[in-house]
Design a protein around this ligand. Structure first.
Ligand SMILES: [Zn+2]
Length: 80
């Protein structure tokens, strides 16, 4: 199995957590996940989701979803 670690998604990816018990959803980033006490960059996403606790119902039934962030292009119009 080729496992990727949380650090492999340090840029260009966003995360979303969803609690399977109460349905609470939250947006996370690589940075916000790594600030959690028991989460670090050398965990697989599976390991990370096992360590997440729902802030509302305090269960560990939290699923972690990964999504690719679309790059934002800035167009500067009206330059001389
Ligand atoms: Zn919950």
């Amino acid at each position: 199995m080729n496992h990727l670690y949380l650090d492999d998604y340090a840029s260009g990816y966003g995360f979303e957590t969803r609690c399977r018990t109460c349905g609470h959803q939250a947006r996370e980033s690589h940075t916000s996940l790594c600030t959690r006490p028991d989460v670090h960059g050398r965990l697989t996403l599976e390991d990370v989701s096992e360590r997440l606790t729902c802030p509302y119902c305090k269960t560990r039934a939290v699923r972690l979803h990964l999504h690719r962030l679309t790059p934002v292009h800035h167009f500067i119009a009206g330059m001389p």
